[in-house]
Design a binder for this molecule. Structure first.
Ligand code: FES
Length: 676
C-alpha cells in the first residue's frame, strides 16, 4: 500500500483528507482501516449493520488532482441490494464493507458513519461534543461448539472478537457469563456484544450481549448527584443525543440539609453513613429507572453511567464513611477517577455488567462536579483569565488560563437557593424570580416563575405568589441597594428614612414589603435577617474568588462564568451590585448553564474526555479556604455591598449606587446621613 504501486488505485477520504493507494478490489472498509480513517462497523463487514455507509464522489476533483470514473467502485452487489430493499439506503450511499475500489476514487464518510464523530450541541454555546464512547457494540458469528474443539463458549467468543476486531484479552464477570450460553444458543451463535474499553491498558470487558444483531443503539446515563437534587440524562451513545432528562430530590435531605450536617449525622449515629448510602443508591436506581421509562428504551441496553458529585456525596454513594471530610485536613479516601460496576452504586437494573465511571475529585472540598465543570469550560485552553463559579450550597470556584488553573470551594450555605430566607423557597411556579424597584417611588414590580408578565401588567392577573427563589432574592437585595433602601453596610432604612410605607419596623430592624399576599397568599418581605444571610453567602463566594486571585497574583479577571442551574438565572448586573463576584465589564459575565451536567455527558461520550480531565485534575492547584487566614480578611471586607475596600470601576461605569447610611436606632428608627 504505497504510492509507488501505480497499478493500485488512489483513494482519498473526506472530510479527513487521508489518502493512499490500495490494491484494486479492496473494500472501502478495508481501505479505511488501512489508512486509519474513522469508519464505523459493528458487524465486521457482513453487510448487516449499515454503520459503514459512505458516499463516493464521481467526476473531476481538481483540488485532489483526480478524476473519478463512474465505475471506480464495484457495482451494487446482492447484499447491498437486499439491504436497500428491506431497510433503504439513501441515494448515492453505499455500504463500505461491500463496495470494492476498482479505480481512483474520492469517498466521503458522512458524520453518522464516523466512529469518533463531532456532534454540534445546539445549547451550551454550540458546544462540540466529541464521540469516542468507552463501550461499543460488535456483531460476531461463532462456530457452533464441537466435541473436537473443547474451548468454552466465552473463549470462542473472545477469540472471534480478536480475529474480527483486533480486541484481545476480553474479560467477563459472572453476571455476564451466567447468561452467555442461553444468548448464544438463542441467536444460533450469532451475537451482538457490548465491550467496554475504559482506557489505555485496561482490559476490555464484556458488558452485555444479545442474540443476533442488535439494531438499537447503546445508551448511557450522565448523572449529576447533588446534595439537594439528583439530575440525569439518558444519552444515545451513537451520537450523544439526550433522549430523556429527569431529576429527583436527594433523599438524604432527611439526614441534614447541607453536607456538613450529613457528615455530622454519620459521626453521631452508628450506622448513619450506611443508612445514607442506602438512601442515595436507592435514589440512583429510581432515577435510572425513570430515565429508561421516559426514553422508552430497554434498560439492558444501558451500558454505562457517569456520575459527578461533591466529595461527601461521592464517599456516601461508594459506601465510604465521610467522617474524614468533616475535619481538617479533609482527607479523601480516594480522589482518583473510578471505573466500577454500576450496580455497586445502586444501578443494578441496567446491562448485566454496566459500567460506572466517576470523575476524579479535585480536593477534599472540591469534587467531581467541579472537575466536570472544568472539563466542560476548559479554562486551560484559553489565554484570558476565567473565574468559574458553580453556586450551590457550597460554591466551587475555578480560576485559570492556559498558564495555570486553581480551584477552591467556599461555604456559601443555602441562602442562594432561597433557604434560610424568610420568604425564601426553591425555584418553582409562583416564586418571585425577577424584581425591579423604582428608585424614586420605591415601588416594586416582579415576575414569578410560570407567568411571563410583570406584576404591574394587567395581564399578570391575580396568581398566588408563593415566595422568592434564589435568583429573586439576589435581585431583591441588589435592587434595594440601588434604590437607596439598603446602605452599603447592609442595613435596611426605616419608612421615614427611605420615604416609603413599604418599610415596616420589626423590633429594632426593618423589613421591605414586596407583596402583601392578596386574598390567600403569604406576605412576601425582605427582612434584615435575610440581608445578613445573603451578605454571609456572597462574602464567602467573593472571599474564595479573591483568595484564588491572590494565589494567582492578579487583581482582576477577564471573565466570570456562572455555572450551575442557578448560575443560569442570576442576573450579572445584580451579582455585581451585590459584590458576589469580582468587578468585570457586564458583558464579561457569562452563564455556562449546567456545566457539571455537560461535563458528565462529555465524559460519558468520550474516553478521551475522561483521560483529559484526569490529567487536568492532577495539574490543578488546590487551595483550601478553611485553613487560609486571608480568607477571613477577604470575607470581612466583602460584607459591605458591593465591597468595603475593593473598587468596582466597571460597575461604576453602568450605574451609581446611592450613598446612603442608616443607623439602627433603639426603636427601629435611626438617622439617615448622606455621605459625600
Ligand atoms: S460493516 Fe456492517 S454493514 Fe458494513
Amino acid at each position: 500500500m504505497t504510492d509507488d504501486r501505480t497499478d493500485d488505485a488512489l483513494v482519498i477520504f473526506t472530510p479527513s483528507g487521508k489518502r493512499g493507494r490500495v490494491a484494486r478490489g479492496t473494500t472501502v472498509l478495508a481501505a479505511a482501516r488501512a489508512l486509519g480513517v474513522d469508519l464505523d462497523s459493528v458487524c465486521g463487514g457482513r453487510g448487516i449493520c449499515s454503520k459503514c455507509q459512505i458516499a463516493p464522489g464521481i467526476g473531476d476533483f481538481p483540488k485532489h488532482g483526480v478524476h473519478v470514473a463512474a465505475d471506480a467502485l464495484s457495482p451494487v452487489n446482492a447484499v447491498e441490494a437486499r439491504y436497500d430493499r428491506i431497510r433503504g439506503l439513501a441515494p448515492g450511499r453505499r455500504l463500505g464493507c461491500q463496495a470494492c475500489i476498482n479505480g481512483d476514487v474520492v469517498i466521503d464518510v458522512p458524520p453518522e458513519s464516523q466512529l469518533h464523530k463531532q456532534v454540534i450541541r445546539k445549547s451550551a454555546a454550540e458546544r462540540v461534543m466529541a464521540m469516542a464512547p468507552a463501550t461499543r457494540a460488535f456483531y460476531l458469528e461463532l462456530a457452533e461448539p464441537d466435541m473436537h474443539a473443547p474451548e468454552g463458549d466465552f473463549e470462542r467468543l473472545a477469540a472471534e472478537l480478536e480475529k474480527q476486531f483486533d480486541i484481545s484479552g476480553l474479560q467477563a464477570d459472572l453476571q455476564v457469563l451466567s447468561g452467555l450460553q442461553a444468548v448464544l444458543r438463542k441467536g444460533g451463535f450469532k451475537v451482538t456484544v457490548a465491550v467496554n474499553q475504559a482506557g489505555r491498558g485496561a482490559a476490555p470487558r464484556l458488558v452485555a450481549l444479545w442474540p443476533g444483531l442488535r439494531e438499537a443503539p447503546l445508551y448511557g446515563l450522565a448523572i449529576d448527584l447533588g446534595s439537594t437534587t439528583i439530575a440525569g440524562h439518558l444519552v444515545d451513545l451513537t451520537d450523544g443525543r439526550v433522549l430523556a432528562s429527569s431529576g429527583l430530590m436527594n433523599p438524604q435531605i432527611r439526614f441534614g440539609e447541607d453536607l456538613m450536617s450529613r457528615v455530622s449525622y454519620a459521626m453521631m449515629n452508628p450506622g448513619g453513613a450506611a443508612e445514607m448510602t442506602g438512601a442515595v443508591r436507592a435514589a440512583l436506581a429510581e432515577l435510572a429507572a425513570a430515565l429508561v421509562a421516559e426514553a422508552q428504551v430497554d434498560a439492558g441496553g444501558v451500558v454505562e453511567a457517569v456520575v459527578v458529585c461533591n466529595p461527601v456525596m461521592h464517599h456516601l454513594a461508594l459506601g465510604i464513611d465521610p467522617v474524614e471530610l468533616g475535619q481538617a485536613p479533609f482527607a479523601l479516601a480516594t480522589g482518583a477517577a473510578l471505573d466500577l460496576p454500576a450496580r455497586e452504586i445502586g444501578m443494578a437494573a441496567l446491562a448485566p455488567d454496566a459500567r460506572g465511571y466517576i470523575l476524579p475529585l479535585i480536593a477534599g472540598h472540591v469534587g467531581a462536579d467541579a472537575a466536570a465543570v472544568a472539563l466542560s469550560e476548559a479554562p486551560e485552553a484559553r489565554e484570558d483569565l476565567s473565574l468559574i463559579v458553580d453556586v450551590g450550597t457550597n460554591a466551587e470556584i475555578i480560576l485559570g488560563n492556559n498558564q495555570r488553573v486553581m480551584a477552591c470551594s467556599s461555604p456559601t450555605g443555602p441562602a442562594f437557593e432561597g433557604a434560610q430566607i424568610s420568604s425564601g423557597q426553591r425555584a418553582a411556579p409562583g416564586a418571585i424570580e425577577r424584581i425591579e424597584i423604582d428608585p424614586v417611588t420605591k415601588e416594586p414590580r416582579f415576575r414569578i416563575i410560570g407567568n411571563p408578565h410583570w406584576s404591574d401588567d394587567p395581564a399578570f392577573g391575580a396568581p398566588r405568589v408563593t415566595g422568592i427563589c434564589g435568583s429573586g432574592i439576589i435581585e431583591a437585595v441588589a435592587e434595594m441597594r440601588m434604590a437607596g433602601i439598603l446602605d452599603a453596610a447592609g442595613l435596611i432604612g426605616s419608612a421615614e428614612q427611605v420615604g416609603s410605607p413599604r418599610l415596616i419596623a420589626t423590633g429594632r430592624t426593618h423589613e421591605y414589603l414586596i407583596h402583601d399576599g392578596g386574598a390567600d397568599g403569604p406576605r412576601i418581605t425582605v427582612t434584615q435577617g435575610d440581608i445578613r444571610a445573603i451578605q454571609l453567602a456572597k462574602s464567602a463566594l467573593y472571599a474564595g474568588a479573591r483568595l484564588l486571585m491572590d494565589e494567582m497574583n492578579v487583581d482582576r479577571v477577564d471573565r466570570v462564568v456562572l455555572a450551575g442551574a442557578f448560575g443560569a438565572h442570576i442576573s450579572p448586573k445584580h451579582a455585581l451590585v451585590l459584590g458576589m463576584i469580582p468587578d468585570v465589564p457586564l458583558a464579561a459575565v457569562v452563564s455556562a448553564g449546567n456545566a457539571a451536567g455537560t461535563g458528565a455527558r462529555m465524559a460519558l461520550c468520550s474516553v478521551e474526555a475522561r483521560r483529559a480531565i484526569e490529567a487536568q485534575v492532577r495539574r490543578i492547584t488546590k487551595v483550601e479556604t478553611a485553613i487560609e487566614p486571608r480568607f477571613q480578611e477577604h470575607f470581612v471586607a466583602a460584607n459591605a455591598i458591593p465591597h468595603a475596600t475593593d473598587p468596582f470601576p466597571e460597575l461604576a461605569r453602568i450605574l451609581t449606587l446611592p450613598e446612603v447610611t442608616f443607623n439602627a436606632g433603639p426603636e427601629g428608627g435611626g438617622r439617615r446621613r448622606r455621605r459625600g
